[in-house]
Ligand binder design. Structure first.
Ligand code: ADP
Length: 458
């Protein structure tokens, strides 16, 4: 049974029960009141007759006391002594026989209802006479008989009207809930997370339900979009990685074929193969690093003195091939600065920046600088190279991104993505500023570690 039908039936049922109770009450009160009035009148007439008999030993004029609808009769248990009209007799009820005044409802020979009051009159302490006063109840019976079908029809009519109104009202109240249900169904069937439940009503329970449901769909849609982007990125990553690995492999295989055909060990071909093999292992290492980062494997960090680490990287970078002046401007204070970090990854990130600077700067200089900035320390690699076009700048940290002129220089496009991940791993950030024709500055900001402040990053 639908919720709408249940609600409609519930409201209608309640109204019918209330109307029935009210009708029974009204019916009962009407009947009771009428009979009380009749009883009072019967009582007064009967007592006047009884008093006269007891006090004056005589029966008063019954005709004078009776009226058109009041019949009086005085009798012994067997004989009628006097009566107002010749209207027949009612038996004396057993209770009255025993000496107690009694009200009863009787029917005459025609089946018409009467209210009867039987009052015993005592002589020498014994009930000898009985005064019986009766009044017809036809009027009451007629009123009640007319009332019954009216009440019945009224209740049925009201029940129908209320049923229809409750059905309509429940339909209106449930409509938004039904819309939510069908929207949820459509979402389930079509997997279309852009669907929303339209609702213009007040912010009541239903309004809140619609709001919550739509909010949930918003979140689901956002999550789904993020998931789809992540899956796309992953697919692209796998495709790019395969592509990158294929190139050195093709070169190596080509050289092997050539060596086979030539039958000699051409030193140039061997050197090519060595270089490509080296490039492949470097690439594989970078891919592995990215895969580990994606899998959420983060290396353990420990307090490190930054000065010795940066000087060591600069010393090693000096050995890299370069045609520019290599300027290292590290303040002595750097030796006292500690960071919570991973030495190998930090070295690697700095080397990537220096390697890029050397790779892309044909003349001029590459400078390394360090200094305090806010709660951290910033390491900068500044070059006087060709710079990065503004449209490329936001993408240089993307995996496999390589700027146009850089393609010829060999490289995977993973270096800055790795360096940027390393910065994030240390709670820092890597940023790039560049002007085409003037040069680029890469800044690695790391939070300073203060053991005194509780042994955590500050
Ligand atoms: P790769 O150097 O292997 O191409 P990276 O991720 O290290 O990959 O760099 C991405 C791109 O950013 C490079 O291809 C290059 O176009 C640009 N880039 C990086 N460093 C510099 C730099 N110092 N000067 C100019 N362009 C740079």
């Amino acid at each position: 049974m639908s919720l709408r039908l249940r609600l409609a039936l519930f409201y209608t049922g309640q109204l019918v029960v209330a109307l029935l109770l009210f009708s029974f009450l009204m019916y009962g009160v009407l009947r009771w009141n009428y009979i009380r009035e009749v009883d009072a009148s019967l009582y007064s007439v009967a007592w006047r007759v009884a008093e006269s008999m007891q006090r004056y030993w005589r029966i008063p004029s019954l005709k004078g006391l009776a009226d058109r609808s009041t019949f009086i009769l005085v009798r012994t248990d067997e004989l009628v002594i006097a009566q107002s009209t010749d209207f027949g007799t009612f038996p004396v009820p057993a209770e009255a026989m025993a000496g107690r005044a009694t009200y009863t409802t009787e029917r005459d020979v025609n089946g018409e209802p009467y209210r009867l009051y039987t009052l015993p009159v005592y002589v020498n302490g014994e009930p000898v006479f009985w005064v019986q006063v009766a009044q017809p109840l036809q009027l009451l019976e007629r009123v009640l008989t007319t009332l019954r079908p009216i009440l019945g029809a009224g209740i049925a009519g009201f029940a129908l009207l209320t049923g229809a109104a409750a059905w309509w009202l429940a339909g209106r109240a449930i409509a938004p809930v039904q819309r939510v249900a069908s929207a949820a169904e459509s979402v389930g069937q079509s997997a279309d997370l852009s669907l929303r439940v339209p609702y213009q009503g007040p912010q009541d329970e239903v309004g809140r339900l619609v709001h919550t449901f739509n909010g949930m769909l918003d979140q689901l849609q956002e999550l789904y979009a993020r998931l789809a982007t992540a899956v796309d990125a992953q697919k692209r990553f796998v495709a790019d990685a395969s592509h990158e690995l294929r190139t050195p492999l093709t070169i190596i295989r080509g050289n092997i074929d050539y060596l086979e055909r030539a039958g000699t060990l051409d030193p140039e071909a061997l050197a090519d193969m060595k270089a490509e093999a080296a490039r492949m292992s470097e690439l594989l290492e970078e891919l592995l690093a990215m895969a580990r980062a994606d899998a959420g494997q983060t290396p353990e960090l420990e307090p490190l003195a930054l000065g010795p680490l940066v000087r060591d990287v600069c010393r090693r970078a000096g050995a890299l091939p370069h045609q520019v002046d290599f300027v290292v401007e590290l303040p002595p204070a750097l030796d006292r600065i500690m960071v919570l970090g991973h030495a190998e990854w930090l070295r690697r990130a700095l080397l990537i920046l220096l390697d890029n600077a050397f790779k892309y700067t044909p003349s001029g200089s590459v400078t390394v600088r360090a200094g305090r900035q806010g709660e951290g320390v910033v390491l900068q690699v500044i070059d006087t190279g060709p710079g990065i076009p503004p449209e490329d700048l936001p993408r240089v940290f993307d995996r496999f991104f390589r700027g146009d002129p850089a393609r010829s220089r060999g490289g995977s496009g993973l270096g800055l993505a790795i360096a940027s991940w390393v910065a994030g791993l240390h709670g820092g950030r890597l940023t790039a500023e560049s002007k085409v024709g003037e040069g680029s500055t890469f800044s690695l900001w790391l939070p300073v570690y203060r053991p005194a402040a509780g042994g955590t990053n500050s």
